[in-house]
Design a protein around this ligand. Structure first.
Ligand code: ADP
Ligand code: MG
Length: 332
């Protein structure tokens, strides 16, 4: 017979065998054979059953108190510690196992946050430092108006960079913190994308990149218009940024299998196979992003927003031929 592993089974087994033993004792020892010393035998039997029950319950509570004292010692600093002294294969063992998994998940989350703060600091440090040295150099002696203007223009450009980065960071923080409770308005995606095609056409004009739009009517989903528009704009912005003059960008919104499909296809520089799995990570910039300005936050913001809307975003790309970003969102 397989030994019983679960505590519930053990307790139940103990309870039933106790009942049967006591009943059998009364039946045989008292009614049938009227044994001498039956009181003493009965007392011994009761003590034996009580002890067995005691050990089962103690084993149960032992595991629980070990677990509870371990939980009391866990803080953000020792998340890498594990509950190791509970090896039973019963419910308590399972609880310890789940607890260790929880610690693992928390540890990963804390690591990501720390990395994020480091990256943010790094991203802000450079423009702040150049801004500062520009000002310091300008102040070392009297300068002409022209020189002051030049310095102010540089300071302004660094300031813009800092502002954009901060805005991106706030967006990212929003998308990740609020993913569980996106405002559920009916969003007319057809309108949103038509507007984006207009913006893209203007952006493209400045760079001699042709923009084509194909937007199906009446496609609506539930969500936040602002955020979705931001998610799409980041993708379109990339397509134009990473496509050299003379190229083209095709934006389309269609309906497919109860889903809205938003696709942006460009004839730009492409993304290497090695970069592709990483482009949605925060602060990741592809090896071919070269001198094109960016902070590596755009696609991570898009992805966070799209998944907050229960959608998916994926990339297909060939070096030198172009990139396609495809987004699916559940229809309203
Ligand atoms: N359409 C595209 N064509 C080529 N590379 C792209 C495209 N979109 C994204 N990438 C690559 O993915 C990286 C991450 O994109 P993103 O998060 O928007 O950051 P950023 O544009 O600020 O660099 C970019 O640095 C770039 O290398
Ligand atoms: Mg970008």
């Amino acid at each position: 017979m397989k030994p019983i592993k679960s505590l519930r089974g053990k307790l139940f087994f103990w309870y039933i065998t106790s009942l049967i033993t006591v009943t059998a004792f009364f039946y045989f020892a008292v009614h049938i054979y009227t044994l001498p010393y039956r009181n003493i035998f009965f007392t011994i039997l009761l003590i034996f059953l009580a002890l067995e029950g005691f050990f089962i319950v103690r084993k149960m509570t032992d595991g629980l108190s070990k677990l509870s004292s371990k939980i009391k010692t866990i803080t953000s600093k020792n998340l890498n510690e594990k509950v190791t002294d509970i090896e039973s294969e019963d419910e308590i063992g399972e609880l310890a196992f789940s607890f260790n998994q929880l610690l693992d998940r928390l540890l990963q989350a804390f690591k990501r946050e720390r990395q994020f703060i480091g990256d943010v600091a790094h991203e802000l440090k450079t423009p702040l430092a150049t801004q500062r040295s520009n000002i310091e150099i300008a102040l070392t002696k009297e300068r002409s108006n022209e020189e002051y203007k030049k310095v102010l223009a540089e300071v302004l450009s660094d300031n813009n960079r800092i502002t954009t980065t901060l805005k991106n960071i706030l967006d990212l923080a929003w998308s990740e913190a609020e993913s569980a409770k996106v405002k559920k308005d009916i969003v007319n995606l057809s309108d949103v994308v038509s507007e984006i095609v207009e913006i893209a056409t203007k952006l493209g004009l400045a760079k001699k990149v042709r923009v084509f739009g194909k937007v199906d009517d009446r496609i609506a989903i539930l969500g936040s218009e602002d955020k979705l528009s931001r998610a799409f704009l980041n993708v379109v912005d990339n397509a134009i940024k990473y496509t050299p003059s003379g190229g083209s960008v095709r934006i389309s919104l269609t309906k497919k299998n109860e889903q809205a499909k938003f696709q942006v296809k460009d004839t730009g520089v492409g993304i290497t196979k090695a970069d592709q799995p990483h482009i949605f990570e925060r602060f990741y910039r592809g090896s071919r992003s070269g001198k094109v300005y960016g902070s590596g936050l755009g696609l991570s913001i898009s992805q966070a927003i799209i998944s907050a809307h229960k959608g998916t975003i994926e990339v297909k790309s060939d070096i030198g031929r172009g990139t396609t970003i495809i987004t699916h969102l559940p229809l309203h």
